[in-house]
Design a protein around this ligand. Structure first.
Ligand SMILES: Nc1nc2c(c(=O)[nH]1)N[C@@H](CN(C=O)c1ccc(C(=O)N[C@@H](CCC(=O)O)C(=O)O)cc1)CN2
Length: 298
């Protein structure tokens, strides 16, 4: 049996299109289109691509994109001032500070400075608290994308056993909480977890999110399970020519695809969903801030 590939790119395009439709509807009530501001500090090449793509997809969805780029030696105080300015700007609906930040900047302090109503990344204490308490709020993008793809593939995930590998604030913890919200039985594995392969073998859904190329091997995965690979790792690919690289996930795709039920490829799986859910959150943030109703089921 060969796993079904989950086409994150196609689902993301659908979500983008729905965000565009809702944004156009909102524009009639607001007298302007929703606006997303993205702040990038430094010159990390991957972040540069992600931020550019965020801007392009925001505009393609008919929304306004603000991109603020500052050099790596920008002080924390200056970043906090930028965030404060965006908080105060009524024309801005969503604020995202691209991670990772340079080492001299305290990411928690910067995230904490974002107004919760504009927290389209879903990372502030207010958003995290709402998620833990099961209250409505802006949910983190990659985790929401994981749950959405799992439900598209498997249907209801209630009662499924989920193993999330990694306990980051950005992905691991919120992914676990979102699956819990869907009544799945969730375990978070991390560097101290004993016999990780045995634990992963028990899972109906596996979410590797550790940033270790192809760490999850074929014989770790139960036949028929769903693997949602959050890892995006660039590794050398000498077979493609000198100095060439390629992207792989945290799961050994070629081994797992032979017997899993579903698997997300890298690239083209979870990654594109991150920006789709960001556009969706921007529309939701704009609607909530201005007390405008969104179409049913948005
Ligand atoms: N503030 C945030 N910072 C970061 C987040 C985040 O959600 N909020 N997530 C990641 C990076 N990220 C978005 O910011 C992101 C990662 C990957 C993709 C994507 O589409 N990946 C493609 C491959 C792209 C490539 O060629 O490198 C794919 O998987 O198909 C989009 C967004 C860290 N920082």
């Amino acid at each position: 049996m060969s796993a079904e590939l989950i086409d994150g790119k196609a689902v993301a395009a659908e979500i983008d299109a729905r965000a565009a439709e809702a944004a156009a509807g909102l524009a009639k009530s607001l007298g302007r289109v929703p606006c997303l501001a993205v702040v990038l500090i430094g010159d990390d090449p991957a972040s540069d691509v992600y931020v550019r793509n965020k801007g392009l997809r925001t505009q393609a969805a008919g929304m306004r994109s603000i991109e603020i780029r500052k050099p790596a030696d920008t002080s924390e105080a200056d970043v906090l001032e930028i965030v404060a300015g965006l908080n105060a700007d009524d024309g801005v609906d969503g604020i995202l500070v691209q991670m990772p930040l340079p080492d001299h900047i305290d990411a928690n302090r910067v995230i904490g400075a974002i107004h919760p109503d504009k927290d389209v990344d879903g990372l502030t204490e207010a958003s995290a608290g709402r998620l833990v308490l099961g209250k409505p709020g802006l949910r983190p993008c990659t985790p929401s994308g994981c749950v959405l793809l799992a439900e598209r593939a498997m249907g209801d995930v209630s009662g499924k056993s989920v193993v999330v590998i990694g306990r980051s604030i950005l992905v691991g913890k919120p992914t676990a909480l979102l699956f819990l919200e869907k009544n799945a039985t969730v375990t978070i594995a991390h560097s101290r977890t004993k016999d990780l392969p045995a634990l992963v073998r028990t899972a109906d859904i596996v979410v590797p999110a550790v940033g270790r190329p192809e760490m999850v091997r074929g014989d770790w995965v139960k036949p028929g399970a769903c693997v949602l690979d959050v890892g995006i790792n660039r590794i050398p690919a000498p077979e493609r020519g000198e100095g060439k690289t390629r992207l792989v996930g945290d799961a050994a795709f070629d081994e797992i695809v032979k017997h899993a039920g579903w698997i997300t490829p890298v690239p083209g799986g979870i990654g594109p969903m991150t920006i789709a859910m960001l556009l969706r959150n921007t529309v939701i943030a704009a609607a909530l801030r201005h007390s405008v109703e969104l179409p049913d089921g948005f």
